[in-house]
Write a protein that binds this ligand. Structure first.
Ligand SMILES: [Zn+2]
Length: 261
């Protein structure tokens, strides 16, 4: 999996959380991998509905501008810790996309049909980025946990695969860690949209992945509310993933629409 690479994350934090070890390996190998955060628009106050306001409360931030500044600073720090940089795209995340998703069940439910067009648009936008190179491989979330934003970026990955781009889906953490059954459920739902998984050993860069996750100071207590020691939790999961290969991360090749390629 060497070569120029673009790691697409729906939200600030998904790539360091899920596959930061592989990104750091590519960076150390001189492949200059880049991170792209998709749902990173500048929220205007009118976009913050009741549901978003409740989320903000939980994140202990008072206004949208403050959310943006804090999260971007954390994201940039995390990218640096992995030897990369990050670009933020202007798509509003689901809780800010009007009234489409108004509760957690909706946020983790089916992708609304009107959003499929957004996935095609996103795939196009990715290929227009200054970072884009035709020999690039792209990493997208598999969509474990079914967050609609993750599903949407996965679909954009399928559009890219259909256009002939090499696309890998990473194992969404922390969802895959705290709800292993979600991995099987998502794979069943995807059917032949993805191929057999491959393992990337990350013993050399696991520490960098952990350090980059720690950069998301405002999020770590929320993301890892199911554990008191996120470093141990992520390490245990990487060890379980790799088995005899030592700590590892897992990826699935993403197939084109209309059959495997
Ligand atoms: Zn996410």
């Amino acid at each position: 999996m060497l070569g120029p690479s673009l790691f697409i994350q729906p939200h600030y934090d998904d790539v360091p959380l899920s596959c930061g070890g592989t990104l750091a390996l590519l960076a150390e190998g001189g492949h200059e991998p880049r991170m792209i955060t998709v749902f990173a628009s500048e929220p205007v106050d009118e976009m913050v509905g009741e549901f978003a306001a409740w989320k903000h409360e939980r994140w202990k931030v008072r206004d949208a501008e403050q959310v943006l500044a804090v999260r971007r600073q954390e994201d940039a720090e995390a990218a640096r810790a992995l030897g990369s940089s990050v670009r933020w795209l202007g798509l509003p995340d689901a809780i800010y996309r009007g009234e489409r998703y108004r509760s957690d069940p909706e946020l983790f439910g089916a992708l609304k049909p009107e959003e499929l067009e957004l996935a095609a648009h996103l795939a196009e936008e990715i290929r227009q980025l200054p970072e884009w190179r035709d020999d690039m491989q792209v990493f997208v979330p598999l969509g474990i946990g079914s967050h609609v934003d993750h599903q949407l970026v996965f679909e954009a990955g399928r559009h890219l695969a259909t256009a002939g781009v090499r696309v890998h889906a990473y194992e969404d953490c922390p969802y895959a860690i705290h709800t292993p059954a979600g991995v099987e459920a998502r794979l069943t739902a995807l059917g032949d949209a993805v191929g057999q998984p491959v393992i990337v050993p990350i013993a050399k860069t696991l520490q960098k992945r952990l350090d980059s996750i720690a950069c998301y100071r405002s999020q770590v207590p929320v993301i890892f509310r199911f554990t008191s020691d996120f470093r141990q939790t992520v390490t245990d999961f990487a060890l379980k993933t790799g088995g005899d290969a030592g700590p590892a991360e897992r990826f699935w090749p993403v197939h084109a629409y209309g059959g495997a390629r």
